[in-house]
Ligand binder design. Structure first.
Ligand code: CMP
Length: 223
């Protein structure tokens, strides 16, 4: 846990102390850590793997966020006493999580108030992203939203390889569609166009952004 940014200001003895209050849990692919509506009394930190925060309506899925190593979730039900989980947490690929029970978190926050700021920063960042999403859904068309989502994923999950950026996440077209709020067919069509224009490439379900400047241009200038 030393490498997690939430514990940046911790000394070695703080870390040792804190790890006593945490347990480690392994989850298999596609398992649900919890479901929307469950009562929640645990906070989670992703140690490895990816966790999708999603909601379902009439069999359709809406992806609120895809979390990676170091990300925290489950704070909403935890801090609002007696509140329910606001979304599902689903494991995309095998994941290892650190789990902190509510009763242990309270002690941790009293002895290490810096953690409160880290949690607040996480929640603020999320609100910023949610506001951006409201903006995009209101003002952008589907194509622009797909371009923007690819740029966001490249920013968050990108690994630079020469002049290209590989999005280090195995994504199906359906998953991308669930992130953007459009049909799988539309995603397939737009990705095929981008591939034909050599703006992106695909390798083992991983998208490679080959021409970021052009993708940025398209994201902001599509009519
Ligand atoms: P909780 O409501 O306890 O359970 C679902 C969790 O998903 C929630 O806490 C947050 O930690 C997380 N979450 C909810 N909405 C978002 C969002 N828009 N982006 C990222 N994470 C979210």
């Amino acid at each position: 846990i030393q490498s997690l940014s939430i514990f940046d200001d911790f000394t070695a003895s703080d870390i040792e102390h804190t790890s006593q209050y945490m347990s480690e849990k392994k989850y298999i692919q596609n398992s649900f850590i919890f479901m929307e509506g469950d009562i929640g009394d645990k906070l989670y930190i992703v140690l490895s793997g990816n966790v999708e925060i999603n909601r379902f309506e009439h069999g359709k899925k809406c992806v609120l966020s895809t979390l990676k190593e170091g990300d925290i979730f489950g704070e909403m039900a935890l801090f609002e006493d007696g509140e329910y989980r606001s979304a599902n947490a689903e494991v995309l690929n095998r994941a290892v999580l650190a789990v902190i029970e509510r009763r242990n978190l309270q002690g941790l926050l009293v002895t290490n108030p810096g953690v409160i700021y880290k949690l607040l920063a996480t929640v603020i960042k999320r609100l910023r992203k949610a506001n951006d999403r409201i903006h995009d859904i209101t003002f952008l068309n589907v194509r622009e939203r797909i371009y923007k989502q690819l740029l966001c994923l490249a920013e968050e999950y990108g690994i630079k390889l020469n002049q290209t950026i590989m999005i280090n996440l195995r994504l199906t077209h359906q998953q991308l569609a669930d992130m953007v709020g459009c049909t799988r067919e539309m995603v397939s069509k737009v990705l095929a166009e981008l591939q034909a224009d050599h703006i992106i490439g695909v390798n083992k379900k991983r998208i490679i952004v080959k021409n970021k400047p052009l993708l940025m241009d398209k994201a902001s200038s599509y009519e």
